[in-house]
Design a protein around this ligand. Structure first.
Ligand SMILES: [Zn+2]
Length: 278
């Protein structure tokens, strides 16, 4: 599932290719993926529209049009946004296509079909439930240590809290597991049980892991590709995520997988001890 670094990489890969492009036609092949508008509204909003800006918020990619609308993509499990020549054959599971005047197109493809496209007037992101009340960006100025530490003072395990988009925007299973490993914190620790020193380690680990993920153009463990169909490289640097049974790069113990809050969690039992859990 694309998380912040993957969506940021898609944005950066598409920016030089689609900024300034004029959409001449759009095609919606999976009607249920379009939210807050009907197919006719999508056609009207995109017809002859020029792409003026690309934005990202959490795991959402936003394409801003000069017609006063934003196209908000949430790729969920397997959604992809691919820039292709006009004549390229459409992928089998294509949700929507935007054709440009330059004989190219942007394809929204999605094998699992959970990805969504919201059409809203520019900046009206609060209408999208997954953006309403979204927390700060982990690399943004408003994600301070004070904010983070105050947010830990609640009765929840630390791993589900890191995944809570209203607490921090953009983290999913990959970067939460890697951040907890880097900080040496067990995913089942109650958030409020972290000492200030542990909270500081985790705060730094979250920011560094996300920054490293962006620098390495995301993680391709199954489907993720950037806007040009290229894989990321952060999968080569993962310490614990989907490394069950392998050797911890730090202490040599065997990486384990447990389930926390209904989600797989990968951890090193040597580096992430559970002794402080209640
Ligand atoms: Zn270890």
């Amino acid at each position: 599932m694309p998380e912040l670094p993957e969506v940021e990489t898609i944005k950066r890969s598409l920016e030089p290719l689609i900024l300034g492009q004029r959409i001449v036609a759009s095609e919606l092949l999976l009607a249920k993926a379009l939210k807050l508008a009907g197919p006719d509204q999508l056609s009207a909003a995109t017809s002859q529209a020029v792409i003026s800006e690309l934005l990202r918020r959490g795991k959402h990619l936003i394409i801003r049009l000069d017609t006063g609308y934003d196209l908000i993509f949430h790729l969920r499990m397997t959604g992809k946004l691919l820039f292709e020549p006009q004549e390229a054959e459409l992928p089998k599971h294509t949700t929507a296509v935007f054709y440009f005047a330059s004989q190219t197109k942007l394809v929204f493809a999605d094998t699992r079909k959970f990805g969504t496209l919201h059409l809203v007037t520019s900046g009206d992101w609060e209408r999208v439930s997954s953006l309403k009340g979204i927390g700060p960006e982990p690399l943004g100025a408003d994600f301070t240590f004070d904010y983070f530490y105050a947010g830990l003072q609640r009765r929840t395990k630390i791993k589900p809290l890191l995944l809570d988009q209203t607490f921090i925007a953009g983290l999913g299973n990959i970067y939460a597991d890697e951040s907890l490993f880097r900080a040496g914190i067990h995913p089942e620790r109650p958030a409020a049980s972290l000492s200030k020193a542990e909270a500081e380690r985790l705060y730094r680990a979250v920011r560094e892991t996300i920054a490293d993920g962006v620098e390495h153009r995301g993680t391709t463990v199954s489907d993720y590709l950037d806007g040009l169909g290229k894989k990321g490289t952060f999968q080569n640097l993962l310490a614990v995520y989907r490394r069950t049974g392998e050797v911890c790069p730090r202490c040599g113990r065997t990486i384990e997988r447990i389930v926390v809050g209904g989600r797989s969690s990968h951890l090193c039992p040597g580096c992430q001890v559970k002794s402080d859990c209640d």
